[in-house]
Design a protein around this ligand. Sequence first.
Ligand code: GTB
Length: 217
Amino acid sequence: MTITITAFERSPDGGKGLARDTRVRWALEEVGQPYAVRLLSFRALKEPAHRALNPFGQIPTYEEGDLALFETGSIVFHIAERHTGLLPADANARARAITWIFAALNTVEPPILELGTARLLEGDKSWYAERLPAVEDRVRNRLEPLSGRLGEADWLDGPFSAADLMMVSVLLRLKSSGMLNDYPDLAAYVARGEARPAYKRAFDAQLAVNTAKPAAT
Ligand code: GTB
């Protein structure tokens, strides 16, 4: 059954892989599932046809037969459940991997998003410089214990899993801030994720979209 996801026809990051379709592409590449991509303009995101798939008018979405999903946590979990390679077979190890998916999305990602929003939307405000240290501290409050837990390990809990796919995807957003440089183990963890052939295929696929020349009119 054909899998179709949605993505920006032009991501604001110009192809740095930070839009959330990359994590879904990565999951599909890890399990070897081919997929099609429907590219959407910002206007199309808010039209009824897309809101029927995602009421919030966002990418990515996931369609497979009569199943339609939104939210990358749910989509990646679905892919990991239906195919081998992204979740351990042992029930307890599987539950721990799922816990880390939630931790990535609910505990680590929010302060990282807050930092991105502050830089993007508040950088020109008079109070920005005063507020920034507190926002960065909230990110460090997550990186410190994460780094402590990862320690010398390659991945969060045994072999690479959807937990690492999600955590690396979340941490990637910090690369441009330089904050990962204070945590060499996390920087190396992210680099290990980026070095995976499946990640590279996912990254290249979104880059091709975002660097394609517009069709001549
Ligand atoms: N919780 C949802 C999920 O995980 O699926 C969040 C989905 C989401 O934020 N989608 C964004 C979107 O559709 C794109 S990924 N935004 C359009 C809108 O809301 O109107 C967020 C994103 C966008 C751009 C960059 N970038 O350019 O660096 C990075 C991340």
